[in-house]
Design a protein. Structure first.
Length: 402
């Protein structure tokens, strides 16, 4: 199997057919040549000598110089600058001098973040950082690598992959995190480690390369394991039936989400003038099924690259989306989106947003396929059988250990 990946530690981007990922930006026309930025965003080898990319890096350098010139004790001024400089910044975020980055706008940070002295984030691609993350001094997070071939390096070749860091992560000093890595929730990375592979939840990793040395206990879990997520997957009749068959889902409800009108009727949403998406409120038992597994299943039930269309159903009401009520879930959502994007040849068109509003549909639409077994559904029957058999492997492993 041939791979164009230039990373010496065997990180490659493969789709489900074992072919190299070469997704096209949504605005790109087939047959036209990709720009270097488009190649970079597609995870392909690109030239970092491209003028557009040089300009972007120059802008980031100026921003870093301005940020580092702010009085180190003026935390509010630093915070306000970061909100302008980075892609997203949560509450209670602090980064010490001297901070460096390659773009700035590709860095997305959750709540309660501490980045200690000399933090460097080479955000050629996206870097997603969850809530309650601490990073020790002299740490490097890199999304970009260069080839082993000296000829290719002379041609300024590079390749970039996103990095995801979950919630409740402590990264020690002098750590290096390499491109394409996803670090789970409740993870500690020991000082001096080089993280070259994904790190599972509840892990302590150490060494070069970093390896799991022990399993950690998550003492932040709430008494109730019942959680909520809102998923728009086209016509909600079939989508609801699919999700309610998954082991660990305890309740479903169909309705309309993230539009601009109050309490819309089905007929009003059908006009495509309300901005609402047909959505399933999924309530699940996190002790039996994880959000990550539910999202994996969600992507199996949709065409994630289709815009405002699923199956034969077309319109903005049929757009796809993941809408969350707890910012803690965003780290997992980002992780799954990055993984799914790597399988595709076109950009994911699935919305990823906080839930702004949700209005339940009338009783007629609730449990529609249970009441009308022969009713319309855009999903194949085989998918329902798959959902019945699906089991979250991480929960099976937990049950075995206990």
């Amino acid at each position: 199997m041939k791979s164009t990946s230039i990373f010496p530690y065997s990180i490659t981007i493969m789709n489900t057919d074992n072919q190299e990922s070469q997704f096209l930006p949504s605005h790109h026309s087939e047959g036209t040549e990709l720009s270097e930025r488009e190649k970079m965003e597609a995870g392909l080898v690109y030239s970092y000598a491209d003028q557009e990319l040089i300009s972007r890096k120059s802008r980031a350098i100026r921003w870093c110089e301005q940020f580092n010139a702010i009085d180190g004790t003026d935390y509010q001024a630093q915070y306000e600058f970061l909100k302008q400089m980075l892609g997203a910044v949560g509450k209670n975020v602090w980064i010490a001098k001297t901070f460096g980055c390659d773009c700035g706008k590709n860095i997305f940070i959750g709540d309660n973040f501490t980045g200690n002295f000399n933090l460097t984030i080479l955000d050629i691609r996206e870097v997603f950082i969850g809530n309650n993350v601490m990073i020790g001094p002299n740490t490097l997070i890199s999304t970009v690598g260069h080839p082993l071939s000296p000829k290719a390096r002379r041609n300024y070749e590079a390749q970039a992959l996103p990095v995801c860091i979950g919630n409740d992560v402590w990264i020690g000093g002098n750590v290096t995190i390499l491109p394409g890595v996803c670090i789970g929730n409740n993870v500690v990375v020991a000082a001096g480690a080089v993280v070259s592979k994904d790190v599972p939840d509840n892990s302590l990793v150490a060494g070069v390369p970093a390896k799991v040395v022990r399993t950690l206990t998550d003492d932040t879990q709430e008494e109730s394991p019942i959680r909520d997520i809102y998923l728009a997957g086209g016509c909600f009749w079939g989508a609801e039936h699919f999700f309610k068959l998954i082991d660990g889902v305890v309740q479903t409800e169909v309705g309309f989400a993230n539009g601009n009108t109050d309490s819309p009727t089905y007929e009003e949403v059908y006009t495509d003038t309300t901005g609402h998406a047909e959505t399933v409120h999924v309530r699940y038992d996190a002790s039996k099924v994880s959000l990550e597994f539910l999202l994996d299943m969600f992507f199996k039930a949709i065409d994630p690259t289709s815009i405002n269309k699923q199956g034969h159903d077309e319109g903005t009401r049929y757009r796809t989306g993941v809408y969350y009520t707890d910012s803690y879930d965003l780290a997992t959502i980002n992780k799954v989106f990055v993984r799914e994007q790597a399988k595709l040849q076109a950009r994911i068109a699935v919305e990823k947003e906080p839930l702004k509003c949700f209005y339940p549909a009338s009783d007629y639409h609730q449990d529609y396929l249970d009441k009308n077994p022969q009713g319309y559904c855009h999903l194949p029957l085989e998918l329902f059988e798959f959902a019945k058999r699906a089991k979250d492997p991480s929960k099976r492993e937990s049950a075995t250990k206990s």
